[in-house]
Design a protein around this ligand. Structure first.
Ligand code: F0G
Length: 392
């Protein structure tokens, strides 16, 4: 069975409906990707991520909303980047690239480093000093990339990287690379393959604006093939302090704790705005508090641990639903959860519990946990208070 089958899978004309173990993005969707017989079948078995039904956040929203999460943190390096990266690095191999390069807020660098390692090509990653989550940095380092921090933000890093590839034969792995976009389209294919149709709305966090564009292109591709009727309306969400698309102008000093989307001048700005307009969707902001609240709720109420940026899409949907945006009719909303929570342990633990050690005695442990050691009805496991919405 394809791994996308968390929701009733419908038969499609693509290879992803074939039985058998998942084979990775290139093998599953070769017919829809710019690959030839000469393209190496590079893979870490990326893609095929679950589309998980919301059990608490969705049912609690105002309106008849079926909310689903596309869990991209389950890709090999823990983010959606692997889908596009596998195609971009395979094409770089095919074209004989001697090295690869990217600027990154973290996930692109982790993915570029992993796939370049797999391909046996040296990789250079350029990251903003002091604003990259620890897990992502650890990945880039351990996969053997040359890591250079710039005294500036992502936008400065990307400018430098674009300059370098102008003068040197190094393959650029940012989403300016069209193969990255082709690979990322497969996430939209999978959503349709799993649902049997497109959702009414598709919500995403927006940083460099590649992913929302790629999803739209993916839905349009399926529509051209007659595999989907109406494509979804695309909803993009940016953090208030890093919202150039919403403000309509670049943000010189973008700021947000959701470091993955701390970007002031997105490379795919125009493409993303076209996707949003063509789909009759929208782009708006979410506050740091709303992001944190959605982040905590996803973990505590849905059992899904994401990184801060990923929670922006859910925060946005919660905000819009509260305003009656989705109306009375039944709607299906898919939120892409772009990256895994383990990427950023510091954000996770900033208001965590006290970890003062207690005596290794059952009574002491239960007492410290706030559970009565003397209760006869539920001897050991009286449930803890459920966290109030966003209890962090
Ligand atoms: N969510 C996560 C977890 C990301 O890492 C990114 C982008 C986005 C959302 C936004 O996607 O850029 O296509 O609009 N991260 C890039 C990086 C910029 O360098 O890892 P986008």
């Amino acid at each position: 069975m394809p791994r996308t089958a968390a929701v009733g899978a419908a038969p499609t004309a693509t290879s992803s409906s074939r039985p058998g173990p998942w084979r990775g993005v290139i093998a599953e969707y070769a017919g829809l990707l710019p690959v030839t017989d000469q393209t190496p079948r590079l893979t870490l078995l990326e893609g095929g991520t679950p589309l998980v039904e919301s059990v608490r956040i969705g049912p609690g929203l105002l309106g008849r909303i079926r909310l689903l999460f596309k869990c991209e943190g389950q890709n090999p390096t823990g983010s959606f980047k692997d889908r596009g990266m596998v195609v971009a690095v395979a094409k770089a191999m095919e074209e004989g690239a001697q090295a690869t390069i990217c600027a990154s807020t973290g996930n692109t660098s982790a993915s570029a480093a992993a796939y370049s390692a797999r391909a046996g090509i040296p990789c250079l990653v350029v990251i903003p000093h002091g604003h990259i989550a620890l897990g992502k940095l650890a990945q880039a380092v351990r996969h053997g990339a040359r890591v250079v921090c710039v005294d500036g933000n992502f936008d400065d890093g990307l400018r430098v990287v674009r300059e370098i590839v102008r003068d040197h034969p190094i393959a650029l792995l940012n989403s300016l690379n069209p193969y990255r976009m082709d690979g990322q389209k497969t996430a939209a294919f999978e959503v349709v393959d799993a649902l049997g149709e497109a959702p009414t709305y598709h919500a995403l966090p927006v940083g460099n604006a590649g992913n929302i564009t790629a999803y739209w292109w993916g839905y349009c591709h399926y529509r051209e093939l007659g595999l989907v009727g109406l494509p979804p309306r695309m909803l993009g969400f940016q953090a208030e302090g890093a919202a150039p698309l919403v403000r309509g102008q670049p943000v010189a000093q973008p700021e947000t704790r959701a470091t993955a989307i701390r970007i002031g001048n997105p490379a795919r700005w125009q493409d993303a705005m076209r996707a949003i307009h063509e789909s009759r969707g929208g782009v708006s902001t979410v506050s740091e508090e709303e992001i944190r609240n959605a982040y905590c709720r996803l973990a505590a109420e849905e059992g899904i641990f994401v990184e801060a940026a990923s929670a922006a899409s859910v925060a946005g949907v919660i905000r819009l639903a509260g305003r009656g945006f989705f109306g009375d009719g039944p709607v299906t909303v898919v939120c892409t959860l772009t990256g895994h929570g383990l990427k950023d342990p510091e954000y996770a633990l900033e208001d965590g519990p006290s970890l003062e050690p207690v005596e290794p005695r059952a009574e002491a442990v239960l007492e410290h946990a706030g559970m009565s050691p003397h209760s006869t009805a539920t001897p050991a496991l009286a449930p803890c208070e459920p966290p109030a919405g966003g209890g962090c």
